[in-house]
Design a binder for this molecule. Structure first.
Ligand code: NAI
Length: 383
């Protein structure tokens, strides 16, 4: 069986981490299945490489290829802050309706962590990816557009607003919130996870974040009532496989530090999810290792979750672990569990042997730092 994977190399450290990662992913498939299963990689262009070769940062050919795609994988793409073109990542998410950003967070023994019990963290974060303040609807302070919106909100809607306010809009829909929570809940049920926690800031933003909470509970009760119970029902003695509860975002940041073992699958809104995914990744030992996927109902787009790391680009210092573990997520997604297990075990072995890239070496006592290329070779050799 062959599976076609479109890939974007990415900017900065992208080419280096790919060169290290792909042989490991392919090697695991070969080891697990011989010639019976195979990934067929096809490059598509985006970012700086696309500009060099086509003059555009997101060429039409890339968009056309992704339209019918089932699987894709990408390295990091750079985005200038506050100026220039819009984030390619955000554009890809919106155009292909990649509404669920899924990040598993689990500890690898041996990595130094800023907390006492990183091994208690075993969470999968589902972040809504298309709505919220990330929808890209905003106007700079003092522009005619911003002034017009301010005038409307003040004069017709009774809002108290400064003339010179910059304006951003936070749209959230029942459909958008429910499909994200549904996907997270299905995952919790399928994977026999004990709970789904809806994380929101509904105490302050009552209709947007509060809507997320209410729609999540509503969907769980209406569509998965036989599998789910609320915390209150559980306290009254109900026995069902998955508890659906909710936490306010600021409290959740405390909870994941103090009682991470109480949380398993988390569904949250776009901005909250951005913060909490990175905070949790740091809690178990850094962003260099955190994998992720963005999914629509048809396309699964796996990615390294870190950025382009310009300071170390081209120096053979980058950690390819995030891309490699995104590869294991893709193998799991395909049901190629044996190959995924081989990659995961190879990463765990390299960490316990303390042969890791410099970012991890600084977090592991007595570790010997190896280059990006060598790290890939070590993993390949121990599959
Ligand atoms: P960054 O993730 O590139 O770097 C943050 C820190 O982590 C730096 O010290 C960097 O050297 C280190 N780091 C990151 N990945 C690493 C790896 N694999 N191995 C070793 N060290 C690593 O974040 P930053 O500096 O905020 O962003 C740089 C550029 O990347 C920006 O243009 C930003 O928009 C873009 N970016 C792209 C993302 C994506 O494509 N998914 C995600 C985050 C940022």
């Amino acid at each position: 069986m062959e599976k076609l994977v479109y890939f974007i190399e990415g900017d900065g450290i992208g080419p280096e981490v790919w060169a290290a990662a792909r042989p490991v992913i392919d090697g695991a498939v070969k080891k697990a299945y011989g010639d019976a299963k195979k990934l067929v990689w096809q490059e598509i262009l985006a970012g700086e490489k696309a500009v060099r070769e086509t003059g555009e940062n997101l060429p039409q050919a890339t968009m056309d290829a992704l339209k019918g795609a089932e699987l894709a994988m990408k390295g990091p793409l750079g985005t200038p802050v506050g100026k220039g073109f819009r984030s390619l990542n955000v554009t890809l998410r919106q155009v292909f309706d990649l509404y669920a950003c899924i990040r598993p967070i689990k500890y690898f023994p041996g990595i130094e962590s800023p907390v006492k019990h990183p091994e208690r963290v075993d969470m999968v974060i589902f972040r809504e990816n298309t709505e919220d303040v990330y929808a890209g609807i905003e106007w700079a302070a003092g522009t005619p557009e911003a002034k017009r919106v301010v005038a409307f909100l003040r004069d017709e809607m009774g809002a108290k607003l400064d003339d010179l306010a910059a304006i951003g809009i936070k749209p959230m829909t029942e459909k958008g919130c429910k499909r994200l929570a549904r996907r997270a809940l299905k995952f919790a049920i399928d994977q026999k996870r004990p709970s789904l926690t809806l994380v929101h800031k509904g105490n302050i933003m009552k209709f947007t974040e509060g809507g997320f909470r209410a729609w999540g509970y509503e969907m769980a009760a209406a569509e998965f009532g036989e599998f789910t119970m609320t915390e209150a029902e559980a306290a009254e003695g109900a026995k069902k496989p998955v508890i659906v509860n909710d936490r306010i975002a600021d409290a959740m940041f405390q909870e994941v530090l103090i009682r991470p073992e109480k949380y398993s699958v988390v569904a949250t809104t776009n901005l909250n999810g951005d913060y909490i995914s990175d905070a949790l990744a740091a809690q178990v030992g850094g962003l260099g290792l955190a994998p992720g996927v963005n999914m629509s109902d048809t396309l699964a787009f796996f990615e390294a979750t870190h950025g382009t790391a310009p300071a170390i680009a081209g120096k053979d210092m980058a950690n390819p672990g995030s891309l490699i573990l995104s590869g294991t997520m893709m193998l799991e997604h395909l049901g190629w569990h044996e190959a995924a297990g081989l990659v995961h075990a190879a990463v765990a072995k390299a960490i316990s042997a303390r042969r890791v890239t410099v970012d991890l070496a600084s977090q592991i006592e007595g570790a010997k730092a190896v280059g990006c290329k060598e790290f890939g070779e070590i993993l390949l050799g121990s599959l």
